[in-house]
Design a protein around this ligand. Structure first.
Ligand SMILES: Cc1cc2nc3c(=O)[nH]c(=O)nc-3n(C[C@H](O)[C@H](O)[C@H](O)COP(=O)(O)OP(=O)(O)OC[C@H]3O[C@@H](n4cnc5c(N)ncnc54)[C@H](O)[C@@H]3O)c2cc1C
Length: 738
């Protein structure tokens, strides 16, 4: 493409999207406390963190004094305090998912390890925050809060220990080898418990003062599993173990600790009761980690989004300056001004990286905001269920089944039907709706942002040529590429997220919501065709059709297709869904910017060009998502049927050349259109067998045809986006050191 070849009469983006634009896109424009948090976190990321990376501190595995200084920098910047309520020494009231997400995003923009280190203390506190007793919350939050001005105190740091040495934990978190037994229990006094736990790959362990650890009963007087709080001063062994020889995230501390400690039973997270001489924890470890991970995994997903978006500026700068200094590249020449950006492929590939970064950030921040909405409702839900006397057990299951059926029914009503208002006015219907979405968006963010993100980061690295895989590469892209693989792995690798999605995405409330989203996309497409929302709606319809088909169809051996053990069916379908969800969130964010941008004095500057560009990125990303969905769905719909062969059975579907001659006499042209013709000697066309058909394939092929034509215009959008990338102004130098 030459730049002159595409000359749309429309505004082109002038500068990279700045904070004002991001605040609107990710819906925190009205939250000034978050603006300040972003700024203070950014100062740490692009100051002390970047300096540590630039000085080679990632080249050793140990927790060094230089790395340790980051902890105080986090305290000073308010990062440590984000997790706490104001009454415990924090400064943000209300839910903190979006705030935590923004912190992780800013730190990971420069270094994923620094982001993980900052999050890990929150992860250690999360079991206490989510399920701890009021006393535990009060005690540990205060200890971990950053010192107030004038206060001479070191905050406690925490680590979260679930993973154990092989063969335990990993994906199957139900199997624990860590054990809890009674050490001493005298009548009328609190039991003392013995904890034996070995951890593997435990973040923050180099300096943690307390650890929240998952353990199983090793004693008939303790029932089931639970999480316990360990302190470094507890009697026994608190061995931090050797540092993990990580290739990634070296600015965080990771090791394999060994604990053999005696603790009071009051350290069981969430407390316990005693029944018939047995200690029964109020929450088993699965209940605690489920509540924790469903929030923290969103934040991890956003770390990879930050890396993708952070790659844009260094790549543009490299591409533009690539030939400067050569005799043939004189200032003012295309070669001098545009460098590699003269070439279409270089621009298109960068557009792809950028588009996936936007989509993943949109998905992740939508998920974080959703959890901010769910958090207070969850507390109220628990209180209301308790009041009704149906908290836990079968009664609660039955109650939710009825609520979900009602919610799905309401969602299916036309949008103008007054009965739909109940979705807002009925507390439980509203909760069921948000919960169904959160149960999908969280694993989708973790899975898609990190898994697809790591592959796209490889693309970003490749755009820098040899420079990309050196330590000198601005933006530390190779580090970010490798680091993203850890983000895809920890807090549960992809299989965990896919397994969860394969269940939550078939929830009837979610599917009813998904159908409403298809309509929503068609509506947007009629007013904003340039977003590619129509392409997305068709791809969403294809996904839904395929899910319903697979839920009812059987394979060539008569086995059910959509079933838990058939990960070959359920997992790819989960992947396909994530592409769709990310694209939908991306479109909604751009619409928000278009609507609210004009009122913002900063964002309104050059807004039209920015919106045009971001809209084109939506279109590009939708096309990619549609392609992925089409590929995955066709393989699943057709792939489990046995292909006909050139045998007696397969021949039944063929014409004999003799009978074709006879037909030709009656239906002229028949011979030319017949596909599979076999001679009397059994000779047949050179291919695997007669062409395959498939039950319901007409509907599927219709959708696929439609989807292909829906791609109309997507490459024009890519050309326009590429042109904008070649023109956009960038700062003279990156604002953190190489
Ligand atoms: C740097 C670092 C920091 C970490 N920090 C912590 C921490 O602070 N606290 C903590 O508790 N843990 C931590 N971890 C551990 C991390 O959470 C685990 O490594 C992760 O959950 C994966 O478990 P695993 O390594 O045992 O992989 P495995 O379970 O062995 O998985 C290997 C592969 O097999 C696949 N697989 C496994 N089981 C299945 C299945 N049932 N179905 C389909 N596929 C499957 C997985 O998807 C993966 O691709 C950390 C790890 C690292 C590397």
């Amino acid at each position: 493409m030459t730049v002159a070849a595409v000359t749309p009469a429309r505004e082109v983006m002038r500068t990279l999207p700045g904070d004002a634009v991001r605040q609107i896109l990710w819906r925190f424009a009205d939250r000034y406390e978050l603006h300040m948090l972003v700024q203070s976190t950014r100062a740490v990321a692009r100051g002390p963190v970047a300096r540590l990376v630039a000085s080679g501190e990632r080249n050793n595995h140990e927790w060094t004094p230089a790395k340790n200084e980051l902890l105080e920098a986090f305290d000073r910047a308010g990062i440590t305090g984000v997790f706490m309520e104001p009454e415990h020494g924090g400064f943000l009231s209300g839910p903190k998912n979006l705030a935590m997400a923004l912190v992780a995003f800013e730190l990971a923009w420069v270094d994923g390890g620094a982001a993980t280190g900052s999050l890990a203390s929150g992860l250690a506190l999360a079991p206490i925050h989510e399920r701890g007793t009021p006393e535990q919350v009060e005690h540990y939050m205060r200890l971990a809060a950053p010192p107030q001005p004038g206060e001479d105190r070191r905050p406690w740091r925490g680590a979260f220990a679930l993973t154990e040495p092989i063969p335990y934990v990993g994906v199957d978190t139900g199997l624990l080898s860590g054990k809890l037994s009674v050490a001493e229990w005298t009548e009328g006094s609190e039991p003392m418990l013995k904890v034996e736990k070995r951890g593997r790959f435990i973040t923050n362990i180099g300096f943690a003062n307390f650890v929240t650890a998952a353990v199983d009963s090793g004693d008939p007087r303790v029932k089931g599993t639970c999480m316990v709080i360990l302190e470094e001063g507890d009697p026994g062994i608190f061995d931090r173990g050797t540092a993990t020889k990580k290739l990634v995230h070296q600015l965080s501390s990771t090791g394999d600790p060994i604990f053999s400690l005696t603790i009071p039973a009051s350290r069981i997270v969430g407390g316990y009761t005693v029944k018939d001489g047995v200690i029964v924890p109020n929450y088993n470890h699965s209940e605690v980690i489920e509540a924790v991970f469903r929030r923290t995994r969103v934040t991890v997903g956003l770390m990879t989004s930050a890396k993708l978006l952070s790659a844009v500026e260094p790549v543009i700068r490299y591409q533009r300056g690539r030939f400067r200094g050569a005799e043939t590249a004189t200032p003012g020449s295309v070669r001098y001004e545009l460098g590699i950006q003269q070439r279409e492929d270089a621009l298109h590939r960068l557009v792809d990286v950028w588009a996936s970064g936007e989509a993943s950030a949109s998905l992740g921040f939508a998920a974080a905001r959703l959890f901010d909405e769910v958090d207070p409702l969850e507390i109220e839900k628990n209180a209301q269920l308790k009041e009704k006397g149906i908290a836990g057990g079968r009664a609660e299951l039955k109650f939710w089944r009825e609520v979900e059926q009602k919610t799905a029914r309401l969602l299916a009503l036309p949008s103008k039907d007054p009965a739909r208002e109940e979705l807002e006015s009925d507390f439980f219907a509203r909760y069921a709706l948000l919960e169904a979405q959160a149960n999908v968006l969280c694993p989708a963010t973790k899975l898609w942002n990190t898994g697809v993100g790591v592959n796209m980061l490889r693309e970003a690295v490749s755009l820098m040529g040899g420079y990309g895989i050196t330590e000198d590469c601005p933006g530390y892209l190779a580090n970010k590429w490798m680091d993203a693989q850890l983000e895809a792995t920890y807090e549960g690798p992809e299989a965990v997220q896919r397994r969860q999605l394969s269940i939550t995405m078939t929830n009837e409330v979610f599917l009813a919501q998904f159908r409403a989203w298809i309509k929503e996309m068609r509506g947007i497409a009629s007013e904003r065709p340039g977003t590619g929302a129509c392409t997305l709606a068709t791809a969403m319809t294809m996904w839904l059709w395929t899910l319903e088909y697979l839920q009812n169809a059987k394979d060539a051996n008569g086995e059910k297709l959509y079933a838990g053990p058939r990960q070959g069916v359920t997992f790819p379908l989960a992947d396909a869904l994530c592409w769709l969800l990310a694209s939908r969130c991306q479109i909604l964010d751009v619409l928000e910017l278009e609507a609210r941008g004009p009122q913002d004095p900063v964002a309104s500057e050059g807004l039209e060009g920015t919106v045009n560009f971001l809209r084109d990125l939506c279109h590009v990303q939708n096309a990619r998502a549609a392609g992925e969905v089409s590929r995955i769905c066709s393989e699943l719909v057709y792939g489990y049927n046995r292909h006909p062969a050139w045998d007696t059975e397969g021949h039944k579907a063929c014409f004999l050349d003799e009978e074709l001659d006879a037909y030709e006499a009656i239906i002229p042209g028949m011979a030319a259109s017949a596909r599979d013709v076999v001679t009397i000697e059994g000779k047949h066309p050179l291919k695997a067998g007669p062409c395959a058909g498939c039950a319901g394939s007409v509907d599927f092929l219709h959708l696929q045809n439609k989807l292909a034509t829906c791609l109309t215009g997507t490459r024009l959008a890519k050309d326009r986006a590429a042109e904008a990338v070649a023109r956009v102004m960038i700062p003279e130098a990156l604002d953190y050191p190489a």
